[in-house]
Write a protein that binds this ligand. Sequence first.
Ligand code: TYD
Ligand code: MG
Length: 450
Amino acid sequence: MARLNPIFVCTSCGGETLKWQGQCPLCGEWNSLEQRTGARARATAPAAAVALGSASGAAPASARLGSGAAELDRVLGGGIVPGSVILLGGDPGIGKSTLLLQVAAHIAATRAVIYASGEESVAQVNLRAGRLNLSAAALGLVAETELAAILALSAERRAALLVIDSIQTVQSAAAQTAAGAVSQLRECTAELVRHAKSTGTAVVIVGHVTKEGAIAGPRLLEHLVDTVLYFESEAGSRYRIVRATKNRFGAVNELGFFAMTASGLKEVKNPAAIFLARAPEPAPGSIVTVTRDGGRPLLIEVQALVDRMRFGAPRRIAQGLDANRLAMLLAAVNRHAGISLQEHDVFVNVVGGIEIAETSWDLPVVIALASSLHGRALPAELVAFGEIGLTGEVRPVAYGDERLREAQAQGFRLAVVPQGNAPRKPGAELRVVGVSRIAEALEAALGPRS
Ligand code: TYD
Ligand code: MG
């Protein structure tokens, strides 16, 4: 019989250590470690195994619940899987409750739905439903924070969907701490997972992510649930992006796009150009590229500013893309295109606050740098994408056809792309110039050097 070693659990971050310390080695909180009894008693009965393929719990695709928003279904991998647990994280006020109320009302038209709101009163949620033109009549709305009561109601109504808004406000008697404490979050989530798996009710859990509580909040719950969605937006933007960072029932890193309007969240069916709001007059240093995020093409403006250095060491600032890669590109243009920026400050910015995590922005950045340096604006109907290698070559990137198609659909007329991405047959509306060296690309975009 194995000895049961005590373990110590941090009440702040939920981390576990084998010996007691004054400070949690994981989150740095003082006096937060508490002893727990170690391993559970061994199970005596052997577990039952089920042959794969015959698993009765496996839900066919047709059993998924449509959320009423194709953008959300897309991120979920085709709808909500019965018995699954979805965590929806995001900053307070971003629109989590709005989205879920819309989804809940849609599903409530055909199935039983329980919406447990611990944040707002029933009257407040009703008011919101009214503003959103949703019929909340079929919706089982409860302003309850006692988890056991919520679960009992969900079981009684045989709910197809249970929404918990938010996990920070519910509490379970099993964890003897206040709502929102780490042990409460864990215990409540674990109970919700057990409920979902045993009843087949799909559960959506709302979790606020605050700047300081990012670790102690929903992050802690990510491994307990099937799917983790994050609801994001840029400051001041009305667009909202839903991103799956974990999904046991679909691909991760799919994106869904919504716009917050006076009558709730509206899907953005063709998001390719939502980040494109350019100045009417082309300005030096601005270029549009086609990136791929979340499995589809997005047109994004990249801006570069090259300014004579005034003082000290030259500054290299990259916003939305990797600063090390920018340094590499600067070396490559110096060596292979004769553009020396050693005495210049260089700023590069991806407009719209988007992060580009692929190499296709190399070529547009280099063109934008040259455009800013020479003070020469690029044609407004130009797009560019492509990777740049250390020997000055322009390398093809994945999904070239798809990027070109989107650029053409958005009305661009000239594309400077890697030779390997240029189609063999010239297109009617979009002229594609395939290039294989940096210098060639600069000439194609900016015209011959004067
Ligand atoms: P909410 O869904 O309450 O955010 P969360 O649950 O993530 O905290 O969204 C609140 C914000 O959304 C609030 O600032 C007002 C705005 N909003 C609209 O712009 N239009 C609407 O129709 C609704 C219901 C909210
Ligand atoms: Mg809310």
